[in-house]
Design a protein around this ligand. Structure first.
Ligand code: DER
Length: 225
């Protein structure tokens, strides 16, 4: 299977976990795209669900599929959130944020009873950090924050851009992509980064994923957790 066919397979398999009456967090990215397509089909066939999007991009996609949306503030509890990831380690710790939606994704995940991660096998790693860790910062004084992080960890970081301008997230923030290469203690780094004044959040999802659905080129799918 091609990468896209693998993503479609895991997205459709994850959609089967959604039961009538559920409130569902829907992820962002090219794998979550297939989840939204599959849920759209089910909604058109009568599945009664309400979805909380993790980005404007996903909200648009879901509306086009006539999926009923509600705001996070209006969701008493989210029964299940299904989202992608950039890296998944053997403990189920994640790096997310490749799509720039980490803040909303992390808040929706934190409000969910279960977080199901859908990904192709290339996202599996022994140790987090090869994928640059996205750190969301407010634009005010972002250069000081960048210098602080680079000095503290002796790493390089890059301000994420889009069309040669700083990328501005749905919530008006910037993203520093931090090249740690290897992250030995992800839980500690997650806490340390979020105590730096000016850092809003980062792409480390620690003890959040309850299960993963991983697709392989031979068409096999491995569910774990
Ligand atoms: O930005 C995100 O966290 C996305 O979920 C991303 O990590 C996965 O995107 P992909 O499914 O397009 O690889």
């Amino acid at each position: 299977l091609t990468a896209n066919e693998i993503k479609r397979k895991v997205g459709e398999q994850a959609a089967e976990l959604v039961q009538p009456g559920m409130t569902v967090g829907i992820g962002t990215g090219s794998t979550a795209y297939w989840l939204v397509m599959a849920l759209g089909e089910k909604v058109r066939q009568g599945l009664d669900i309400r979805c909380v999007p993790t980005s404007r991009e996903t909200a648009k996609l879901a509306s086009e599929q006539q999926i009923p949306l509600i705001a996070l503030n209006d969701a008493a509890v989210i029964d299940i959130t299904i989202d992608g990831a950039d890296e998944i380690d053997p403990q189920g710790q994640l790096i997310k944020g490749g799509g720039g939606a980490l803040l909303q994704e992390k808040m929706v995940a934190a409000a969910s009873r279960q977080l199901v991660i859908i990904a192709d096998h290339t996202k599996l790693v022994k140790q987090l950090g090869v994928f640059p860790l996205p750190v969301e910062v407010i634009p005010f004084g972002w250069k000081q924050v960048q210098r602080h992080i680079e000095a503290l960890y002796s790493i390089k970081s890059i301000l994420r851009t889009k069309d040669d301008q700083p990328l501005v997230t749905d919530h008006g923030h910037y993203i520093l992509d931090c090249h740690f290469n290897q992250i030995a203690d992800a839980p500690a780094l997650n806490i340390a980064l979020n105590t730096i004044p000016g850092v809003v959040d980062n792409g480390l999802f620690i003890k959040m994923a309850t299960c993963t659905i991983i697709g392989y080129p031979d068409g096999s799918v491995k569910e774990s957790g």
